[in-house]
Design a binder for this molecule. Structure first.
Ligand SMILES: CC(C)(COP(=O)(O)OP(=O)(O)OC[C@H]1O[C@@H](n2cnc3c(N)ncnc32)[C@H](O)[C@@H]1OP(=O)(O)O)[C@@H](O)C(=O)NCCC(=O)NCCS
Length: 325
């Protein structure tokens, strides 16, 4: 590894761990096969392309094609140079591919939320903070549900699957209006099969809330250890990941979301001290930010994406000659 690369990795590790005790040290560049290495004075990056099959569940939260950059930098100027090089590379690549990346493509870079010195660089490169990875570490919130009617929260059973699937789809349609989520022809079937599996699992980590026998809310999580380890988290811990929290629209703002979430928090606490719950929410979702903050969640990383990429190619990606105005 060139000395300059090692210095960038070291500098970034020091900066990130001093900014946020929950952040893991940025992993060193792993296998760069299939990726493109970009380097500059004080910086090193690997650009990769990820294609999602449209029928995969992942395609609901992603583009058909996703361009990602993993970067290690000593200072903002290095990030600036790497982003400019990445965009030139994307523009060249798009021109070389017939039909190229013009549809359903997303350009993403995930960065610690507290590394504020880099925000102006992302913004100058037309990237927007579209989503955050939020986490909550093991503390009980004092706020309890204030529901207007008696609410029973219990684990999912087979007869709930259809109603629970409709609630999850409602959440996806809600998020879709903010541009980062896409309801695919396969989305409903993928939701249904995930819930059908959960419903026959002894400890499903999936709860529903009911009032007067009607299911009106869903919280669907992965069991501790069942999700993917989050590279961004300290020690690559495997958190409980909350895939969906959804309350039927007419039942919102009556404490039902809180009551349903508390079932998850109680289970996390029973599973062991220090357990972490993680989730993604869209920064444009007006129902999300204050709700999650009130329940002890805070942002760990931000997903910066290129504007408009969920539907169409951004101008700098399609413009002959690349670059950006
Ligand atoms: C986000 C969501 C799950 C919250 O569910 P909810 O049942 O409305 O949640 P609660 O009623 O417990 O709390 C919501 C708000 O109502 C307030 N509230 C709770 N009980 C209340 C009551 N009896 N009277 C008035 N307000 C009340 C809470 O203080 C909270 O205020 P805040 O948003 O300003 O913090 C729900 O809005 C939803 O399903 N949204 C669409 C899908 C979505 O965005 N999911 C999250 C994706 S990350």
């Amino acid at each position: 590894m060139p000395l300059a690369t090692a210095a960038a990795i070291r500098a970034q590790r020091q900066r990130w761990t001093s900014l946020d005790p929950l952040l893991g040290a940025p992993p060193p560049p792993a296998d760069t096969a299939g990726g493109t290495v970009l380097a500059c004075d004080g910086g090193y990056a690997v650009a990769t392309i990820h294609d999602n099959h449209p029928a995969s569940f992942q395609a609901t939260w992603s583009g058909r094609r996703e361009h990602r950059l993993q970067a290690w930098v000593e200072h903002p100027a290095a990030l600036d140079e790497l982003l400019a090089a990445w965009k030139r590379q994307l523009a060249d690549g798009a021109r070389c591919r017939p039909g190229g990346d013009s549809q359903d493509t997303r350009v993403v870079i995930e960065w610690p939320t507290r590394d504020l010195a880099m925000d102006p660089v992302f913004i100058a490169h037309d990237l927007v903070p579209a989503a955050v990875l939020a986490i909550r570490q093991g503390t009980r919130t004092t706020e309890r549900a204030r529901s207007v009617a008696p609410t029973r929260v219990r684990t999912l059973v087979r007869s709930d699957v259809d109603t629970a699937a409709a609630l999850w789809l409602e959440e996806i349609r809600w998020d879709a209006r903010f541009g980062m989520v896409t309801e695919r022809p396969s989305t409903a079937a993928n939701i249904r099969s995930a819930l059908a599996v959960a419903a026959i699992t002894p400890d499903p980590w999936t709860w529903v809330a009911e009032q007067e026998g009607q299911v009106i809310a869903l919280a669907a999580a992965s069991a501790p250890g069942a999700g993917k380890p989050l590279k961004a988290l300290v020690g690559s811990a495997t958190p409980v990941y909350l895939n969906c929290l959804s309350v039927a629209a007419p039942a919102r703002r009556r404490g039902i979301g809180t009551a349903t979430l508390h079932a998850l928090h109680d289970a996390v606490e029973a599973a062991g001290a220090g357990a972490i719950v993680a989730l993604h929410y869209l920064t444009a979702n007006p129902l999300a930010q204050s709700f999650w903050r009130a329940h002890g969640y805070r942002s760990l990383t931000t997903l910066w994406i290129a504007k408009g990429l969920t539907r169409k190619c951004p101008p700098w990606l399609s413009r002959p000659g690349g670059g950006f105005a």
